[in-house]
Design a protein around this ligand. Structure first.
Ligand SMILES: [Zn+2]
Length: 338
């Protein structure tokens, strides 16, 4: 067969293949051991010597051409194959992904952050104290010396070495007065511990302590501060009422009620305020002069007021939670609602 014709045939055959297998077939047909081109090479020996060189060059050229066509076609076919495969195996990205579940902030944490923000905006500093306290800071310096009857108000967890789990964040105000000079505006938020467990008591709960020591700290400024803070916390108008009470470290001591959040103070059938229209939210009072003196505060110049509130209780009121224990059970179904 003429080389020229063979090349034309080969080019046509290679370019019209549609699969890798067919292409391989072509390669065998033209370049294989028994292929057409190989057959022509075998005929070189029969040519007159002066024609052999030229024929050899032509054949080599033809071989290179065929190899090149096969290479190009191979790339083309492989690309097509990949494209088809991709089309067939397309991932449908419109399918919604699996929900991994998103956590929420615990309502108590939310309250703590809210209170911190409200007080910090008013220029209060936020301090922390140890949860394992000594008797001195938790009781004695809060005007509750040993054998004082008020100690019975708080069932305390004691360690064998006489230390205790603090029963109130008030302990932090003693440390604050010890290390900082008045005027002083501070809050302290943290865990406190008492031996109690029922619908409205848990052995661990959260308190906020507020202390202001200033030349003109009065009950009036205290009431104003509480109104502002409670309105900011509950995000609504609140009515506030003082009731006389007793705490060893304040004099006078007061309990503070606000108009019931659940029934808007109407006092109709209401589980939260038990038909009184008011709910107790915190305790407060003017810091007892004895406490100030023990902390070396100049009582001729400075007076102070202090506030202590249960953050869990505030949280229950804010979100209408009836059982305090549900705050500590970490039931995701409950927590998800916030
Ligand atoms: Zn009510």
């Amino acid at each position: 067969m003429q080389l020229e014709t063979l090349l034309q045939q080969a080019e046509h055959a290679i370019k019209s293949t549609t699969s890798i297998q067919d292409l391989e077939q072509c390669r065998v047909e033209y370049l294989g051991k028994k292929g057409s081109l190989t057959e022509i090479i075998k005929t070189i020996g029969q040519l007159p010597p002066d024609e052999r060189k030229l024929a050899g060059q032509n054949i080599n050229l033809a071989k290179e051409n065929i190899e090149q066509w096969i290479k190009e076609k191979s790339i083309l076919l492989k690309n097509n194959q990949l494209k088809q495969q991709l089309e067939k195996e397309t991932i449908d990205i419109t399918l919604p992904g699996r929900d991994t579940g998103c956590g929420s902030i615990h309502p108590v944490t939310q309250s703590i952050e809210d209170l911190q923000r409200i007080f910090e905006q008013m220029g209060f500093i936020s301090l922390e104290g140890p949860e394992i306290e000594d008797d001195e800071h938790n009781f004695t310096r809060l005007n509750t010396p040993p054998f004082h009857p008020a100690r019975a108000m708080q069932d305390t967890f004691y360690f064998p070495n006489g230390l205790l789990l603090r029963t109130q964040t008030s302990a932090v105000q003693i440390r604050a007065m010890k290390y900082m000079q008045p005027p002083l505006r501070m809050i302290s938020i943290g865990r406190v511990y008492r031996r109690d467990f029922d619908l409205t008591h848990t052995p661990m709960f959260h308190q906020i302590e507020v202390l202001v020591i200033d030349e003109d700290a009065t009950l009036a400024t205290l009431k104003h501060l509480l109104t502002q803070v409670l309105q900011a916390f509950f995000a609504r108008e609140v009515t506030i009422q003082f009731r006389p009470s007793y705490f060893p470290f304040t004099e006078p001591s007061l309990e503070v009620d606000i108009g019931c959040i659940a029934c808007n103070g109407r006092g109709t059938v209401c589980r939260v305020c038990k038909q009184t229209g008011f709910v107790e939210v915190l305790g407060c009072g003017m810091v007892h002069p004895h406490v100030l003196k023990m902390a070396d505060v100049d009582t001729k110049r400075y007076r102070g007021f202090a506030v202590g509130a249960g953050i869990d209780r505030l949280t229950m009121l804010k979100y209408g939670i009836l059982d305090l224990r549900s705050l500590f059970e970490n039931d995701v179904r409950f927590l998800k609602q916030f």
